[in-house]
Design a protein around this ligand. Structure first.
Ligand SMILES: [Fe+2]
Ligand SMILES: [Fe+2]
Length: 277
């Protein structure tokens, strides 16, 4: 295969009780039917509230299984709970092994690695980082093995939370620490990635579209497919819109295309819970 076409979706936040999000997902499905990428990766917050019970996870799986293309999944904080940070040690809903296992039982492994078009693709569970759960240490051990066998191939990393705002040593602030991979796990991860030919870090979580390059590595923040967060609740960093990201990987490079599916609407968080009129 000389070209691998991958579509990244993120923060679908699906739940049967939130039809506006299902409407946007249906527009996405039509677009995937028309474009037929080799793979769709959902970079997390697949369901609206996984830790509350299995319903949202199962609803999200049903909609994804109906897509006309193969999918891989990574967990978000709304799927398995959030990670503690040095600035906010007690997230409202902390990640647990039980919720991680619930996600895996519905969507498959929460970390994965495969190769295509001369590239090595790695997906990580960013929510166990800094959690102290056994699976955090297991994932780092697993990652070390997988990266050791990359053999100089270009590496594309997928995970729910962005690694950082602008640089690996950005300080953790109480108001925004939950937005990024927390320290000290971030430092360890960045160190491990320094030894491979990392070219792309693709994340979700922030519900804003962003695309920047730091020291030769492209960082792509996929927007939510479902909704955007008002400025009174979240500062503007990139572009607040719904949409998706398309990639074309070839052995000697890759292309990134930012777009929205025809008919996808900018639903705002407030709209989700507004009574129908
Ligand atoms: Fe989200
Ligand atoms: Fe998230």
């Amino acid at each position: 295969m000389t070209e691998f076409r991958l579509t990244q979706i993120s923060d679908t936040h699906l739940a049967r009780r939130l039809p506006l999000l299902s409407d946007n997902f249906a527009k996405l499905s039509d677009h995937l039917d028309a474009t037929r990428p080799d793979l769709v990766v959902n970079t997390g917050d697949v369901a609206f509230d996984g830790p509350a019970g299995p319903e949202d996870l199962e609803f999200a799986r049903t909609l994804h299984e109906a897509l006309p293309v193969p999918c891989r999944y990574l967990p978000g904080n709304h799927d398995i709970g959030d990670n503690p940070t040095q600035a906010c040690p007690n997230p409202k809903q902390a990640v647990t092994e039980k919720d991680r296992q619930a996600f895996i039982s519905v969507f498959g492994d929460d970390r994965w690695r495969f190769e295509a078009a001369g590239w090595c693709f790695v997906g990580l569970n960013s929510l166990v980082m800094n959690s102290g759960l056994i699976s955090e240490a297991e994932q780092f051990d697993w990652l070390a093995c997988e990266l050791a066998s990359a053999n100089g191939k270009p590496v594309a990393l997928f995970l729910h939370k962005p690694l950082f705002l602008n640089a690996p040593d950005d300080p953790e602030l109480a108001a925004t620490a939950i937005r990024y991979v927390p320290m000290p796990a971030r430092r360890r991860l960045v160190e491990m990635l320094r030894n491979v030919n990392l070219r792309l870090v693709a994340s979700g979580h922030v519900h804003q579209r962003r695309d920047f390059t730091y020291r030769g590595v492209r960082h792509v923040w996929a927007p939510s497919t479902g909704f955007v967060i008002p400025d009174r609740m979240q500062d503007v960093i990139g572009i607040k819109e719904v949409g998706l990201v398309e990639y074309r990987f070839q052995p000697d490079g890759f292309e990134v295309r930012h777009l929205r599916a025809p008919g996808q609407a900018d639903v705002w968080l407030d709209d989700l819970f507004a009574p129908a009129t």
